[in-house]
Design a protein around this ligand. Structure first.
Ligand SMILES: Nc1nc2c(c(=O)[nH]1)N[C@H]1C(S)=C(S)[C@@H](COP(=O)(O)OP(=O)(O)OC[C@H]3O[C@@H](n4cnc5c(=O)[nH]c(N)nc54)[C@H](O)[C@@H]3O)O[C@H]1N2
Ligand SMILES: Nc1nc2c(c(=O)[nH]1)N[C@H]1C(S)=C(S)[C@@H](COP(=O)(O)OP(=O)(O)OC[C@H]3O[C@@H](n4cnc5c(=O)[nH]c(N)nc54)[C@H](O)[C@@H]3O)O[C@H]1N2
Ligand SMILES: [Mo]
Length: 764
């Protein structure tokens, strides 16, 4: 049986976690040559005196007494603390044209960057440059622009609060709000959708709430791979008998069965705990229909209960006191037919009714969700329907209940909190004026899509990236890369080499920075930075490893260097003073954002502190002063998906990658080994096209003409358990079929998980 499958494709029968996870870590440590130092490093991750793991934004338990084992956290840490180096010698030996042909995995695997480098087009190589010279070249280019809105300033979510705050200070003092950031590609539908619904763009639950939940729903996220520490929470909930209901087109292994590496009995007996009590394989893009189906069933149960003399199943007191818009929502849901709901969601009425029953029978419900919900043309609508579902039974603002968007990058939420936004509100502008004596422009700036559009149009001339790999993370690389090559200035503050650095502009500079695990020493001594997790807990992070090279600077120091060279003494900002002691940066953060009161004091308390999330206390910062039931008319997430031959492609992460960072070519839990050039598709859809398991196929995106060609050729079709109409492939390889024009109009989030495509046998 096994040898009839395509090469590298196997059935994976083990639970997630367990010995497989420990083995994977041992292999990673050895490969990165950090065995002794690495193991020690892992023990300090997410400990009160240690550093914040750069792996994800899942919170730490309050009483971190034991080491929380996490396979993918270990990979993220090891990848950063590697003994390998991308030194000037390396760049002398390889032209940029040569490096361009390397796969993404190999580029980052060269190791940590050790010296500032500038691209020389005559030699086609990156060559060393002194820091001060780099800063003055950047300053000259920025000051050459006749309008500050011609520069784009990208933030990836690993930047600390201190780095992000200084970055926004630099950019606002320079004079623009062009803040494309990774959140625009990620949870922006949350940041835009939830303020309208409940008055705050953040989750309402804390980690402790999971101990009091009576049911947990999981929509479109894959914690076994992307937030492995969440498995401890789900594992404990499952053992308490709490139903966990998953909605996901793919049967993700960790949501099915998980063996906790912390649990000696499960490890020794090779046993595991079932996680999801019900697994609904919703069609890609079918969540809006599934959510409306659940609500429809709830309304039907409610009517039946009242007819039988009961008091109904809704929390009518909550709805009356705390919400507006209930009647309109009910009308919208009741006029949607079961036929439509079943067709679009791909789930039976029975399945949706049983999910509704679990919801109704639980006193306290938490709904968790991830990219399967947000990265759709109606991502904002999806998020708001989740809020509606919770509001029906008052599952907001009380213990054990609430909404839990599971954030991606370890500080993506904090970066937004401290001012990375293209639409500054009055409080932010007032705060900046109070703290720095100047009022920044209020003019709306660019988000990620708008920034790329402006770059392609030739309107934006400079791009400065605080981390990340924007060119690869974005849709439509063909069009994006061509645009970026026309820039006058591209600057990347980075730990490792990636493809974005190889897309050279007239002037291209790579500035190597310290990572989370590295010791950061400034004039006043060793520094700590702070981060905010998915549940609004702010805490300190202190690296302790000897930096990979003496030439490295911290992100705050690099930003200050660019600022001093570019702005001189504009507004009298004491950049050197801020860098000498990060407490001073935190004092400024507190001045701008009063929620950070007594910042330096509170962050020194073990475990840190929680920022105020008004909706957690039933305070609704909305225009109506109440929580709003909001409508998402219709069911079709996207009319573009309607073509009869179209399949809906969703782009997913393997178990061996961190966004565009590809640690290795395996995806253990999905049974894929040594390759990523695969498309998951079911037997029926294969047969319908005269194809079979292992055939080579071409995938053509159906949105957007006149941009890139939107074709990926010669990938291998892998027969997989996935609903009709849905297929899946890996990000970033599949970004080539995506159009830049295909995104959620409300939030700007690209539709990475709902891409209409045609699939056919590979040509030639
Ligand atoms: N190891 C590791 N950790 C990470 C990351 C990483 O790449 N690697 N990335 C970090 C970042 S920035 C982020 S944002 C998070 C991402 O974490 P997740 O939110 O888990 O993101 P994905 O893996 O892209 O997709 C999540 C799930 O959505 C499902 N899905 C796809 N389409 C649909 C749909 O239409 N409906 C539903 N209901 N489900 C769907 C997929 O099958 C997959 O299981 O993880 C963070 N943590
Ligand atoms: N098709 C498709 N596209 C997607 C997604 C998808 O699901 N499908 N997901 C989207 C999502 S959720 C996100 S968040 C984006 C991610 O987009 P980005 O955040 O831009 O990308 P990353 O891959 O996380 O960035 C990796 C690079 O960050 C740099 N780096 C690592 N650590 C540090 C550090 O400490 N400091 C600095 N300065 N640099 C560092 C390294 O050079 C590394 O190469 O991609 C988006 N793109
Ligand atoms: Mo993300």
């Amino acid at each position: 049986m096994k040898d009839r499958r395509p090469e590298g494709i196997e059935q994976y029968d083990q639970p997630a976690g367990g010995w497989g996870a420990l083995k994977a870590v041992a292999v990673t440590l050895a490969h990165q040559q950090v065995v002794a130092q690495g193991t020690l490093t892992l023990l300090k991750a997410n400990q009160p005196e240690g550093f914040d793991c750069p792996g994800c934004a899942w919170p730490d338990p309050k009483h971190t007494s034991s080491f929380e084992f996490c396979e993918n956290g270990a990979k993220a840490i090891t990848w950063e603390s590697t003994a390998k180096r991308a030194s000037p010698d390396f760049f002398a030996n390889h032209t940029v044209s040569e490096l361009w042909n390397w796969i993404d995995h190999k580029l980052e695997d060269v190791g940590r960057l050790t010296s500032p480098m500038r691209y020389n087009s005559a030699t086609d190589r990156y060559e060393p440059i002194e820091w001060e010279e780099a800063f003055s070249v950047i300053a000259a280019e920025l000051n050459k622009l006749d309008n500050p809105n011609k520069a784009e300033f990208y933030t990836s979510g690993r930047a600390s609060n201190e780095a992000a705050f200084l970055f926004q200070l630099l950019v606002r003092a320079y004079g623009t709000n062009n803040f494309p950031d990774c959140s625009n590609m990620c949870h922006e539908a949350t940041s835009v959708g939830l303020p309208q619904s409940i008055g705050v763009g953040k989750g309402t639950v804390t980690l402790e709430d999971f101990d009091y939940a009576d049911a947990i729903f999981s929509f479109g996220h894959n914690p076994g791979t992307n937030h492995p520490r969440m498995m401890t929470t789900l594992h404990n909930a499952s053992r308490r008998g709490v139903p966990i209901i998953a909605f996901n087109p793919l049967k993700e292994r960790a949501l099915e069965r998980f063996a906790a590496p912390q649990n000696p009995i499960e490890m020794v007996t090779l046993s595991s705990t079932p996680i999801a009590s019900a697994y609904h394989q919703v069609r890609t893009g079918g969540d809006l229909a599934a959510l409306k189906g659940m609500m429809k069933a709830i309304f039907e149960r409610d009517a039946a209960d009242i007819a039988a003399g009961g008091s109904g199943v809704l929390d009518r007191a909550f709805i009356a006191e705390h919400t507006v818009g209930f009647d309109a929502l009910r009308a919208d849901v009741e006029t949607t037919s079961w036929d439509q709901i079943v067709t679009v969601s791909g789930l039976t009425k029975d399945a949706l009714e049983s999910a509704a029953d679990v919801y109704i029978n639980a006193k306290n419900v938490i709904v968790c969700y991830g990219m399967g919900i947000t990265q759709h043309a109606n991502g904002t609508g999806n998020v708001q329907q989740i809020a509606n579902l919770l509001m029906l039974r008052g599952n907001l603002g009380r213990q054990g209940a609430g909404i839990a968007p599971i954030r991606g990058h370890s500080n993506v939420q904090g970066d937004r909190t401290v001012g990375i936004t293209e639409i500054p509100n009055k409080a932010l502008l007032d705060g900046m004026e109070r703290a720095f004596g100047f009022r920044p422009t209020a003019e709306k700036g660019h988000n990620a899509i708008e920034a790329i559009e402006a770059i392609i149009a030739g309107e934006s001339r400079a791009l400065i990236c605080l981390g990340g790999n924007l060119a690869v993370a974005m849709s439509d690389p063909e069009a994006t890369w061509e645009g970026m090559r026309k820039l006058d200035l591209a600057v990347h503050i980075a730990t490792k080499l990636n493809r974005s650095h190889l897309i050279t502009a007239k002037t291209s500079i790579v500035l190597p920075c310290l990572g989370r695990t590295d010791l950061d020493t400034q004039a006043s001594g060793p520094q700590a930075v702070t981060v905010e997790d998915s549940m609004s807990m702010v805490h300190a992070s202190r690296g302790f490893l000897k930096p990979p090279s003496d030439a490295l600077k911290s992100e705050p120091a690099i930003i200050a260097g660019i600022a001093k060279a570019t702005l001189g003494d504009r507004y009298g900002i004491d950049w050197d003073g801020l860098i000498a002691d990060y407490d001073r940066i935190r004092d400024k953060i507190e001045e701008v954002f009063p929620d950070f009161f007594e910042f330096n004091k509170r962050v020194r308390v073990r475990g840190g502190f929680r920022l105020d999330v008004p909706a957690s206390f039933r305070r609704w910062n909305t225009k109506s002063g109440k929580a709003n039931f909001l409508l998402a008319p219709g069911l079709d997430e996207d009319p573009l998906l309607k073509s009869p031959d179209a399949l809906v492609l969703t782009t997913i992460r393997s178990h061996d990658q961190y966004n565009t960072t590809v640690y290795g070519l395996d995806d253990r839990y999905r049974g894929v080994f040594g390759r990523r050039d695969v498309i998951f598709i079911n037997k029926e859809e294969l047969a319908r096209r005269g194809l079979k398991d292992g055939d080579l196929i071409d995938i053509r995106g159906l949105v957007g003409t006149g941009e890139g060609t939107h074709i990926v050729r010669g990938f291998t079709a892998v027969e997989y358990n996935i609903p009709n109409g849905s297929i899946a492939g890996y990000y970033p390889e599949m970004n080539a079929v995506l159009s830049l024009s295909h995104y959620d109009r409300q939030s700007g989030t690209p539709s990475y998980k709902g891409v209409p495509v045609m699939v056919s046998a590979a040509m030639g």
